[in-house]
Design a protein around this ligand. Structure first.
Ligand SMILES: [Zn+2]
Length: 443
């Protein structure tokens, strides 16, 4: 079976009509929904009402969309402090589903949905999948984890609503994933970018060349990744890799999604109101400038989130996209304000290392960053896998590659690292979100 190249079939799903709402109508709808959600949170969520009162605000204070800036932020800590149900605006009798985050420390955060919320989420995910050209007849391998994590069920119901065939395989069991992909004629896959890389690699070992499969689209998200990573993925698999964005606190996957132009995810603005703020001060960032993404849910009943601080660093652009959607776009999220490492006083994001490594030929997109402290001084080690050819090559070639990598990282980050080249398949693979950093200073 040969892969079909060229643009995806031009089916238009009626649900996508909301993506093309005339701007004036969209802003009007956003304001009405924002006023309603603020009223709802004020009436039903104690923490929100208290904070509004402290600021002498009432729901009537929101007269324009910009008035959102008057409202208090909601932080992840607020969800922890009110664990498990303290931010719910609906009685438990109306809540039909709970999800929870995979908290690495302490209690998870819990999110809730009424039936209406689930329908709205399904609709957002349907629009997300339709936006990148999926349609009835597609066979979707859903390798996001099913369970408390929102990824699996979110993508699942969206794909079913689209009329696609869903394979609810969940994460893990890589050899079986590859068998299913090949035998079932899978045309699209949902998973993290790092797991997809792992699938490409394992498929190669099993003698399966993804370039010859009908697979044409990856709906990749749930972890920060870089444009360099996308290019590697597309080159090695001949699929189109689309960036999907979402987070459980807001709804799950389906907050924003790329169209075939792959120029950054469009935010489903009728459901989620975006702002960008300075991560330190919380002040609004100028248009198109980078900062922390803050989201307000415009239609969620069980758990309205007002000005939720995502810690994701991006910029919002209102530049028109060639697809004609009126929805604004966010820039690819390659870093979070809380994944920043400070090494010898210099700020470092793992994505900078990723970009620096992938710029050099001979490396594989598998790497680990190890930070430690020796005699009071921070140390930075980067372990990177190199291709089999390079690894078996002469010592001279290895040393040359090592020097190039040190230089590339130093140019991008201003830090001179120790680079250790390791054989292919040495570093641990992740079946969900990749863990790139070991910070031993915290141990
Ligand atoms: Zn577009």
């Amino acid at each position: 079976m040969m892969k079909q190249h060229g643009p995806p079939p031009s089916g238009f799903h009626p649900a996508s009509a909301m993506d093309f709402l005339p701007l004036a109508q969209l802003r009007d709808l956003q304001l009405k929904r924002m006023q309603a959600i603020v009223s709802r949170a004020y009436e039903h969520v104690t923490l929100f009402r208290q904070r509004m009162k402290e600021r002498d605000l009432t729901p009537a204070s929101v007269q324009t969309l910009d008035d959102v800036r008057l409202l208090p932020f909601t932080e992840k800590n607020d969800l922890r402090a009110t664990y498990p149900f303290g931010l719910f605006a609906s009685p438990m009798t109306e809540i039909v589903r709970l999800h929870a985050s995979s908290g690495t420390t302490g209690k998870p955060i819990v999110v809730a949905y009424t039936q209406e919320d689930l329908d709205a989420w399904t609709n957002a995910m349907l629009r997300a999948l339709a936006a990148c050209g999926l349609h009835k007849g597609d066979i979707v391998q859903n390798a996001y984890g099913y369970g408390l994590f929102t990824g699996g069920l979110g993508a699942h119901y969206g794909a079913e609503a689209l009329g696609a065939t869903v394979i609810p395989i969940s994460g893990g069991n890589t050899d079986r994933q590859i068998m299913v992909m090949k035998d079932f004629g899978v045309t699209a896959i949902c998973c993290t970018p790092s797991y997809f890389l792992h699938l490409i690699e394992r498929a190669g070992e099993l003698g399966v060349n993804m370039k010859n499969l009908p697979l044409r689209a990856g709906i990749l998200g749930a972890e920060p990744w870089t444009e360099a990573m996308r290019q590697r993925i597309e080159a090695e698999s001949a699929i189109k890799a689309y960036d999907i964005y979402g987070l459980s606190e807001i709804v799950g996957p389906g907050v924003a999604m790329e169209c075939p132009h792959q120029s950054g995810p469009h935010i489903f603005e009728d459901l989620f109101y975006p702002e960008v703020v300075d991560p330190k001060t919380g002040a609004p960032a100028p248009d198109e400038a980078e900062g922390e993404l803050v989201l307000t849910t415009l239609a969620k009943r069980a758990m309205p989130m007002i000005r939720y601080r995502t810690h994701d660093i991006t910029a919002v652009t209102s530049e028109t996209c060639a697809c004609g959607r009126t929805l604004r776009r966010i820039k690819r999220i390659s870093r979070r304000s809380d994944d920043m490492l400070i090494i010898r006083g210099i700020n470092l994001y793992p994505s900078q290392i990723e970009a620096a490594l992938l710029a050099v030929e001979g490396t594989l997109p598998h790497y680990q960053i190890i930070v430690d402290r020796e005699k009071g001084l921070d140390t930075l080690e980067v372990q990177v896998e190199v291709t089999a050819e390079f690894f078996s090559d002469t010592v001279g070639a290895m040393e040359g590659l090592q020097a190039k990598l040190v230089h590339s990282i130093e140019t991008v980050t201003g830090l001179r690292p120790q680079v250790r080249l390791v054989a292919p398949r040495t570093l641990q693979r992740s079946e969900g979100k990749a863990k790139r950093v070991q910070d031993k200073r915290k141990l």
